[in-house]
Design a protein around this ligand. Sequence first.
Ligand code: PLP
Length: 465
Amino acid sequence: MSRSAHPAGPRHGDVLPEGHYAAPPADLNLLDPKVWSKTVTRDEATGAVTVAGLDVRALAEQFGTPAYILDEEDFRSRCRAWQQAFSHLDADVYYAGKAFLSRAVVRWLHEEGLNVDVCSGGELTVALSAGMPPERIAFHGNNKTRAELEYAVKAGIGHVVVDSFEELVRLAWAADQQGVRQKILLRVTVGVEAHTHEFIATAHEDQKFGFSLTGGQAAEAVRRALTLDGVELVGIHSHIGSQIFDMAGFEVAARRVVGLLAEVKREHGVELPEIDLGGGLGIAYTSDDDPREPQEIATALTEIVRRECAAEGLAIPRLSVEPGRAIVGPSAFTLYEVGTIKPLEGLRTYVSVDGGMSDNIRTALYDAEYSVALVSRASDAEPMLSRVVGKHCESGDIVVRDAFLPDDLAPGDLLAVPATGAYCRSMASNYNHALRPPVVAVRDGQARVVVRRETEEDLLRLDVG
Ligand SMILES: Cc1ncc(COP(=O)(O)O)c(C=O)c1O
């Protein structure tokens, strides 16, 4: 079947203006289990890819493209892995809803025993409306509105993670008004440079989140919180960033947070019973990525906390973590249809799909790397250096910057981009009045829409002018 359908596109090993490209994978049909969700496989007979026993061609037929295909079994197994890694260590796992949140996902989290962290009134509504007990919800955000704070207190949520002096006063007032004492954590900036993209690093000094440790704001926030009736300070929170592989940042964060607990005990005679070390664990977007297992994180973090507390003569606080990407990220892929193929002599071949930056902004925003595979059939054609782009009127509308695809690729073929469960649908937009794709959950040969495709009626409903 190897015939070159697209003349002139560069081949592996070609030296191009931007430099040498890695050699293409030996077999373009192979699907790396590190990158694809657990029930994804390629059918030997048809060559098409299946997920949860369902052929992607049938899924495209039934639900259309682009579509996010969410592997429920994969999602649940990651929930279990985190729960098992932390539960016997007197620790709690909060799924970070910002990665992707829907009512079905909240129900799965509830059933698997996880908690959820939300960062807006909207996410709180989704979590509550899907039956997550309010005490198992934590509320984040650097500028929560008064209305959101009143709503959260009224709903009886477990923890509010306070991020500013203004919020401390507003929350204490809202709780006073309702005659309750709201449990809080204080988010501190531990001054760690997390090795990740600047836009998703959140613990170095020059960024918007948290009370600075080195600047003394954290200690001042503790002093104020301990004097306010409406709030009950139960602990300290830190989140250093996202898509992180190196444990060093987490270790420094844990050490500095325990250091603050010791300071609080010395100054106020109070032993705060909880610490939350946030989320941030990286996942594999390509075969080059090497993510850590939850068990490794659990062992490393609890060991550091135990050691630091022993050194400070502190009781070991209850630990929480907040993985988002590491749970939902690998559980979904985005299914696209190829529309046009444009080989550029001596450069690369542009493959346009029927989605783009409106359903996956991460490549454009963070220069993120992704993989891609032809999934509607197998092919042993020559690899062609490709750039998968969207249909938006923007040259930055890139989905997969560099990848090898078979050079017999044709319009109508289906491509899938794996590991799009996190920060894709949740950051999707209506740019160019694109309709946000559906999320289709698959399990045991069954497929169901858990978030439906947007319609033009939906867009017009908002356009009330
Ligand atoms: C406070 C907080 N917790 C948890 C997370 C989840 O991070 P990740 O999805 O990288 O695990 C984020 C992400 O930005 C966050 O800001």
